[in-house]
Design a binder for this molecule. Structure first.
Ligand code: RIB
Length: 311
């Protein structure tokens, strides 16, 4: 049977505005561009993994819910084009969600508001109905744009079956030790790690301290992504692994860079790469994604990632 990643997560439509600077409350500024496209951390990560695994024979399946509407159609078209299998996606109920993304046209940095919509109605019972698919996977990849109880049920099913679990704790909310102890690989960025621990994460040294504090709470490995600096991975009882960021060209938009990392990292783990190689693969995937506009559309193909890794 083909090696499989199941991504239990969100789809929303991204409405992205580019501007010279963010407006203050009560202020209006003129923007320079608008784009509507596929988003949602779960879907973005599934697309990143599928593109990274292109031609390898591996499967990427998304487990989610979208509305019976135009945004839901964008979801299905996106998955079909990327080779993501969508048979675990329910359609109907409430409308598909959306995200308002404000992008600084100079730095490419962003601020996001997500209204998850249909995917946020997925319940633990819905996940129970997907249990066989999760048990049949090698990797389960989850984020936090679904209800916590739903995410936890997915992790429980995966852990009980010996399936490797990756939790990208985004957007960050406080998490129980019960949930964190179901996680093999936890992949926060700096602000998410700071929220989860209450510790500062401004330097690489602080990132290591923070990652070690998170390890104490349950995950087997913490990979703290550091934006333009790269990522640091800490495993219990092991030396930290620092991977510098890959520079693949001028930064256009950083939205979805964390999703690119997670999708690429999950793909590399699925293929049996060692931790340091898998983190390099994730960083290379993210390094290319930030040179392009959009989230799912910015995810690179396998050949591009391999070329960047070869240097
Ligand atoms: O991680 C980026 C994603 O976060 C965007 O695509 C947006 O939809 C939000 O979910």
């Amino acid at each position: 049977m083909a090696k499989t990643i199941v991504v239990l997560g969100s789809f929303v439509a991204d409405v992205a505005f580019r501007m010279g600077r963010l407006p203050a409350w009560g202020e209006t500024v003129l923007g320079s561009g608008l784009a509507l496209g596929p988003g949602g951390k779960g879907s973005n990560q599934a697309v990143a993994a599928a593109r990274a695994l292109q031609g390898s024979g591996a499967r990427v399946r998304i487990a989610s819910r979208v509305g019976d509407d135009a945004f839901g159609q964008i979801a299905h078209a996106t998955w079909e084009a990327a080779g993501v299998e969508a048979s675990l996606v329910d359609v109907g109920g409430v409308p598909t969600g959306s995200a308002a993304i404000l992008i600084d046209e100079v730095s490419g940095n962003n601020a996001i508001v997500v209204v998850p919509g249909a995917c946020y109605t997925l319940t633990p019972e819905d996940v129970d109905r997907m249990a066989e698919a999760i048990r049949g996977a090698k990797v389960l990849l989850v984020q936090l744009e679904l209800p916590l109880a739903t995410v936890q049920r997915g992790l429980e099913i995966a852990r009980a079956a010996g399936v490797t679990t990756i939790l990208n704790p985004a957007p960050a909310v406080p998490l129980s030790e019960e949930m964190l102890s179901l996680v093999d690989y936890l992949t926060p960025n700096e602000s998410e790690a700071a929220l989860l621990t209450g510790l500062p994460v401004e330097t690489v040294e602080q990132a290591e301290v923070c990652a070690r504090a998170l390890l104490e709470r349950g995950p087997k490995v913490v990979i703290l992504t550091l934006g333009e600096r790269g990522a640091i991975a800490c495993a219990r009882g092991g030396e930290p692994v620092f991977v510098p960021a890959f520079h693949a060209g001028p930064v256009v938009e950083t939205t979805g860079a964390g999703d690119a990392f997670c999708g690429g990292f999950a793909a590399a783990l699925l293929e049996g790469k060692a931790l340091s190689e898998a983190v390099r693969f994730g960083c290379a995937t993210a390094g290319i994604s930030v040179t392009r506009a959009g989230t799912a559309p910015s995810m690179p193909q396998r050949a591009e990632i391999e070329a960047l890794l070869r240097g």
